[in-house]
Every structure is written in structure tokens, then in C-alpha cells.
Design a protein around this ligand. Structure first.
Ligand code: PAP
Length: 315
């Protein structure tokens, strides 16, 4: 019996283990539990446990990684276009939301599907994504000199505001929750895949140690100089652009305005509770200024400088 099969058979044991983990509510609404120092919903933790224990990487795998609301959808769209060999082919983003093309591993029912019906059946080279912290990635990914990782981060204040809007849009969250609650949860680290700063720093440190393996990107850099950053991504993936036109095409195909207005993103939802449209909002730098009080700003500034002190990373 394979590792995965035996884990599937011992699903009840995993459930028992998860029951015993520390619990907390995100903004008094969504139950999270803490495993290996980070917070997440129990079903996602279960999938993460199985992924960590059973996943076998392939040298050509490409893993996108991010904390939530830091530019994942944009990065997924860009990488889908870059990996598409014939740039003149029909744009697959018209057919499906970027999250469909690049599944987030722990959110794809990893624990209930049969072993034959999961990542192992994806076409190679596989392009997938995770919100999981670096430390819980499967060893076969971490120990490989290949299997490239692209991480995207965003300034914490815009990340928090984006997260607050997103979860208030969730069909599971019935009553709007106040920003004060979201700030408190963010600063305590009790939010999906939190704490944010530890998540970022793990990937940051690893990217400094192994720049050939991990490309570390900032959402703000992509906004300021998209050509430079997208060119960097293509080079890192070993798919450099043959000409400027191809690069421009990718930028246009992945622009927020275009994706937001595609029929496929205006309707439908992922996992029934997340409307496709909720992944596309304003996409600007500094939106936090429209919502945060000076006290909230100060609180966020303080925690950011404390956590990033000495890391060489500025957000
Ligand atoms: P996820 O973690 O749930 O996958 P993610 O895509 O990381 O979400 O973050 C969503 C943010 O990216 C939204 O930011 P906002 O709330 O501040 O507006 C969304 O608008 C923005 N976004 C999505 N697609 C794009 C894009 N193509 N270009 C720029 N920003 C984008």
C-alpha cells in the first residue's frame, strides 16, 4: 500500500489528530486550527498533511507559492501564459479562471480524491500552487535542486485590506465583520496561513540561500515595472521571450481589467463558496489608505518593522 493510500485509509486518525489541534476563530467567523506553527481551516490542514507526507516532486515541476491576497491570481495567469509554448495559441484564460488552470494543492480536495485522480495525472511540466508555509512543503520539493518555486509577496497593509474584503465576500460569512477584527487577527497571526511575516520570511531566507531554486517577487514591483518582472519570471522558468511582442501579449492577457471583464470570471465560483469575481477587485498599491485609521497604520508599521528587522527585506 502506498503512503497516500495508507493515509487515505487512516483518514479517521488524521481527523482525530486535527480535533486535538489548538483552535481559534478568524474574525469570529471561520474556524481555524494551528498545525506546525501556522493557522488554517481543518480541511486544508488535512490535505496539507497528506501532501507533505506523500507528494513526489518531478524535476520539471513549477510551484507557485504565496500567502493569501498577495498577487496569486496574477502570478498564476502570467505563468500559465509563459508556460504555453506557442504564444499564438488561443488564450486559455478565456476558458477558465487562473485558479482552475493552476490548482492550489491543498484546496483541491487532495484528501478525498483517489490517488489516481490528483496531481499525478496533470500534464508535465506540472504547474501548481500552494499557500502553505515553506517549512511544511514535502521534502521531495525542498530537497530537490530542481522543482522551481516562485513566491510572491505584497505589502502587509494592502494584503490585510484585500483579505478583509475577500472574506466579507465569502458565501459562508453571513454578517460583515469590522476592519478592527481583521487587523487584530492579522497582527496576532490568526488568519488563513498566518502568521504572515513568518510565512514571508521563510521563503525570503530560502530564496537568498538558493536563488536558482526560489524566485522571490513583490506585487508592487510587478505593478511598477511589469515588463521587467515578467521577463525575469520567463527567464527563471527557462522560457525567455523571443520578442517584445510576446511579452506585451502576456501582460495584456493577464491585466486585471481584462481578466475581470472576461465572462468566465464574472460568473461561477470555485468550491461553491468563492465567487470567481472575488479574485479581481481594485489591484492597486496603497488601497489601505482608504480604510485604515492612523492607529491601525501605526500598529501595522510597528509590527512590520519589528518582524522584518535584520532580514534585509522591505515591505
Ligand atoms: P488569493 O490569495 O485568494 O489567490 P490573490 O490573487 O493573491 O488572492 O489576491 C487578490 C488581489 O490581487 C486582489 O487585490 P485587491 O483586493 O487589493 O484589489 C486583486 O484585485 C488582485 N489581482 C487579481 N488579479 C490581478 C491582476 N491581474 N493584476 C493585478 N492585481 C490583481
Amino acid at each position: 500500500m502506498s503512503d497516500k493510500e495508507s493515509l487515505l485509509h487512516s483518514g479517521e486518525d488524521i481527523d482525530k489528530l486535527i480535533e486535538q489541534l489548538p483552535k481559534a476563530l478568524y474574525s469570529d467567523k471561520i474556524e481555524l486550527c494551528e498545525w506546525e506553527g501556522f493557522w488554517c481551516e481543518p480541511t486544508l490542514i488535512k490535505a496539507a498533511m497528506i501532501f507533505k507526507k506523500t507528494f513526489k516532486s518531478d524535476p520539471n515541476d513549477v510551484l507557485l507559492a504565496s500567502s493569501v491576497k498577495t498577487g496569486t491570481t496574477w502570478l498564476k495567469a502570467i505563468c500559465v501564459c509563459i508556460m504555453q509554448d506557442n504564444k499564438d495559441e488561443q488564450d486559455v484564460l478565456v476558458k477558465d479562471n487562473p485558479h482552475f488552470h493552476v490548482p492550489t494543492i491543498e484546496a483541491m480536495d487532495y484528501y478525498i480524491k483517489s490517488p489516481a485522480n490528483d496531481l499525478y495525472t496533470m500534464p508535465y511540466p506540472r504547474l501548481f500552487h500552494t499557500h502553505l508555509p515553506y517549512k511544511v512543503l514535502p521534502d521531495s520539493i525542498k530537497n530537490s535542486d530542481y522543482c522551481k518555486i516562485i513566491y510572491i509577496v505584497r505589502n502587509p497593509k494592502d494584503t490585510l485590506i484585500s483579505m478583509w474584503h475577500f472574506f466579507n465576500n465569502h458565501k459562508r460569512v453571513e454578517n460583515f465583520f469590522p476592519l478592527e477584527k481583521a487587523v487584530e487577527c492579522f497582527c496576532n497571526g490568526v488568519h488563513h496561513y498566518g502568521p504572515f511575516f513568518e510565512h514571508v520570511l521563510e521563503y525570503w531566507e530560502e530564496s537568498k540561500r538558493r536563488p536558482q531554486k526560489i524566485l522571490f517577487l513583490k506585487y508592487e514591483d510587478l505593478k511598477i515595472d511589469p515588463k521587467k518582472e515578467v521577463d525575469k519570471i520567463a527567464l527563471f522558468l527557462g522560457k525567455p521571450f523571443g520578442n517584445e511582442e510576446d511579452l506585451e501579449k502576456v501582460l495584456w492577457r493577464c491585466s486585471l481589467e481584462r481578466l475581470k471583464n472576461l465572462e468566465v470570471n464574472k460568473s461561477g465560483s470555485l468550491f461553491t463558496v468563492v465567487p470567481n469575481s472575488s479574485f479581481f477587485r481594485k489591484g492597486i498599491v496603497g488601497d489601505w489608505k482608504n480604510y485604515m485609521t492612523p492607529e491601525m497604520e501605526e500598529k501595522l508599521e510597528k509590527i512590520t518593522s519589528l518582524k522584518l528587522q535584520g532580514s534585509g527585506l522591505e515591505l
